[in-house]
Write a protein of this length. Structure first.
Length: 417
């Protein structure tokens, strides 16, 4: 009992409580007096991958849609009437010019030749008689043994005999031509299609239906269409010197087959139409291609890569280094001379492979940032790493640049500002 009563006053004594609080405060102050830990060091500048812009000469291409058409087309029709006795070719094969294709029954035409030959012989016999008579009358008229009228009649008979001989010769030649035409021949060399008639069919001279069609496929035409506005812009660029003509004679054309593969032979642009189609506003261009293997057939849909010209000292920027701002303008980030990020607004004319052809905003020697764009902003310093095998330093004649022309027409509206 005494122990309990002694502890109670100690716990409830105000002086004791104040001393305990003071001790606790002293310990806390002693702890706060220790030195605070130092701040973490500043992070190093972000690392970016750059490509140094190097100007170079670039051959510009444009992709045009087109269709193939035969170099020569000939429809075989009969020039005489008769029954087809024989067909002398295999459908779908190559034929030579002058090769006999059909044989029409020629019995009537042989008889006509013989008849014309006999008529010519008769006219020649009459001519000899008229010549003798005219010569005799000339001599007799000199001694007044015959009248002047008789001499004139002999002269007229001789002239008539000469005319009969000429007419007989013409009739014989006509009969010979008809006989030759009974053998229907190929007017041109090329590949012949299916035959519209068989042996035993009746054909007539000048009939509307053709017997067969021959098409010359080597070389072969490719008809292309291009916007008249684009053609005018190309001419202005060439005249102003912005573009340099690749070939003074004829522009080279490459062909892409329907399966996407490149045709092994190169063609030449032959001519452009002199009128604009009022319905489409386009102009037709015609290119000619060698076709020795007959890989190109008439009516095929193809795509052509047409050389426009050479842009001297062109600026090409990798597409991954060009983005769009909130207003849709094409922008690029470069590293300036102080090692800081600077933003440039650029004008990208068209895509060439995986690069943009830039006409404004970038110059030779600019260090274009192509990687690390997400962690930088204009004005901050960066650590530069040069890209190996940079696209901006690729050779001008690279296959990627040539193949990239296939996307130029589609990509240009999206790239240009």
């Amino acid at each position: 009992m005494n122990t309990k009563n002694t502890r109670a006053p100690l716990l409830h004594n105000p002086v004791r409580r104040l001393g305990l609080a003071a001790a606790v405060a002293t310990l806390m102050l002693a702890g706060c007096g220790e030195e605070a830990p130092s701040a973490p060091p500043a992070p190093p500048p972000p690392e970016v991958l750059i490509v140094t812009i190097q100007p170079r000469d670039v051959t510009l291409h444009t992709e045009l849609a087109g269709r193939t058409s035969p170099y020569l087309v000939a429809e075989v029709r009969p020039q005489v009437s008769g029954i087809v006795r024989e067909r002398k070719f295999t459908e779908g094969t190559d034929v030579k010019a002058g090769q006999v294709l059909y044989q029409v029954d020629d019995a009537v035409y042989k008889a006509a030749v013989e008849s014309a030959r006999a008529a010519l012989a008769k006219a020649e016999a009459n001519l000899k008689s008229a010549q003798v008579t005219a010569a005799r009358y000339e001599k007799l008229s000199q001694v007044d043994a015959v009248s002047q009228q008789a001499r004139d009649d002999a002269r007229a008979a001789l002239a008539l005999a000469n005319a009969d001989v000429a007419a007989a010769k013409a009739a014989l030649e006509s009969a010979r031509i008809d006989l030759e035409h009974s053998s229907i021949t190929a007017p041109i060399a090329g590949r012949i299609g299916r035959s519209a008639v068989t042996a035993g069919a009746l054909v007539t001279a000048g009939q509307a239906q053709s017997l067969a069609t021959i098409q010359q496929l080597d070389p072969i035409y490719v008809d292309l269409t291009r916007s008249a506005n684009e053609l005018m812009k190309l001419r202005r660029d060439l005249e102003s010197g912005r573009l340099r003509s690749v070939d003074k004679d004829q522009a080279r054309v490459k062909l892409l087959l329907p399966d996407g593969t490149e045709y092994e032979h190169e063609g030449r642009l032959q001519f452009s139409e002199v009128t604009v189609d009022p319905g489409t506003g386009s102009v037709t261009l015609r290119a000619v291609f060698p076709n020795p293997e007959r890989h190109l057939l008439p009516g095929m849909y193809v795509r052509a890569l047409l050389e426009e010209g050479v842009r001297d000292n062109a600026i090409l920027a990798p597409q991954r280094g060009v983005t769009r701002d909130a207003r849709g303008h094409a922008v690029a980030l470069v590293v300036d001379a102080e090692g800081k990020v600077a933003q440039r607004q650029v004008v990208a004319e068209r895509a060439i492979g995986d690069q943009w052809l830039v006409s404004d905003g970038l110059v030779a020697g600019d260090r274009l940032i192509v990687e690390g764009l997400q962690k930088i902003r204009p004005g901050i310093p960066v650590t530069v790493v040069e890209a190996e095998g940079a696209a901006g330093n690729a050779p001008a004649g690279s296959a990627a640049a040539a193949a990239g022309a296939r996307a130029e027409s589609a990509a240009s509206p999206a790239a240009a500002d």
